[in-house]
Design a protein around this ligand. Structure first.
Ligand code: ATP
Ligand code: GNG
Length: 260
């Protein structure tokens, strides 16, 4: 009897996968060419994405889930984060992570997905800024970082191009004030400047983050003049799909290899 039990045990052990067998990440193969629209608060991301709604047959465009953050089971987490960050910044960031992950992994049958912001901007810009400002305790920061690395280990995050709506803090600060979103009434210019530098570290100076192609859009341009920048990004996005060639990501005035 004992021999039989040992034999069965050995049998099961040989059928176990070796521990380090590469386990496929959740969501691999389910996502199309994905564009992340990034930029400071008020840089015009939502406005930019609305411009692509005319391609809704080909593009699955998802704006930021701000309304989910403003009403989570009756709690305005966005407002709580701004008025009492010591207590609410960490839970707010964990809910942002959940809502962003939902968007990153949402299936679509369309060949292009456009997301407003991402897990990356939450991680490299907002969480960093709150921690630097002492509004997220070191212990909370370490927990969030642990979550980010685990989520990235087990989940496939498709990101083929980042469109960076590059602005200057003073310009977006005026737009925020004019838009007058109640939760942002207390946001100082200094906070916008800090977020700007963190976006620049990530997307321009490449000090942190993943090597995703970045298309820089001159987003200080007013609505009356920005159409040419929207058109250029449209061409880059569709070209990247059709020819699978690397996106040409600098505006003509800034390209060293400008072909004329
Ligand atoms: N190019 C532009 N010139 C002037 N105003 C703009 C421009 N783009 C957007 N706006 C205005 O600025 C405000 C912010 O725009 P929008 O909501 O698109 O920014 P956002 O980046 O999505 O902001 P958030 O980060 O808060 O989601 C809105 O009132 C919008 O009408
Ligand atoms: N703290 C914090 N963490 C995030 O990950 C994050 N993502 C967006 N936001 C804020 C910016 C605008 O007020 C509003 C809409 O973008 O939400 C965030 N705030």
């Amino acid at each position: 009897m004992q021999r039989l039990i040992i034999k069965r045990l050995l049998g099961t052990m040989t059928s176990l996968k070796p521990i380090n067998a590469a386990v496929p990440k959740y969501g691999v193969g389910t996502q199309p060419f994905t564009v992340l629209i990034e930029g400071n608060i008020g840089s015009g991301k939502t406005t930019f994405i609305k411009h692509f709604q005319k391609f809704e047959d080909k593009i699955c465009a998802m704006t930021e889930p701000v309304e989910k953050w403003r009403n989570f089971k009756g709690y305005n987490l966005l407002e709580l984060m701004y008025i009492d960050p010591d207590r609410w910044a960490m839970p707010f960031q964990s809910y942002v992570m959940l809502t962003m992950l939902e968007r990153h992994t949402k299936p679509t049958d369309k060949p292009i997905k456009i997301l407003e912001r991402s897990l990356y901007s939450a991680k490299y810009c907002f969480v960093e800024n709150l921690h630097k400002g002492g509004l997220i305790h070191d212990g909370m920061y370490e927990i969030l970082k642990e979550w980010y690395s685990y989520v990235e280990d087990i989940t496939h995050i498709q990101a083929d191009l980042i469109v960076y709506l590059r602005t200057t803090p003073e310009v977006v600060y005026e737009r925020i004030r004019k838009r007058a979103r109640s939760e942002e009434a207390c946001v100082p210019l200094e906070y916008i400047k800090q977020l700007h530098e963190l976006h620049e570290d990530w997307l321009i100076r490449k000090k942190v983050g993943c090597n995703i192609k970045v298309l820089e859009i001159e987003a200080d341009l007013d609505l009356s003049e920005i159409d040419r920048e929207y058109k250029r990004s449209e061409n880059v996005i569709t070209a990247s799909i059709q020819q699978q060639r690397p996106a040409v990501t600098a505006s003509p005035s800034k390209r060293s290899d400008f072909l004329g």
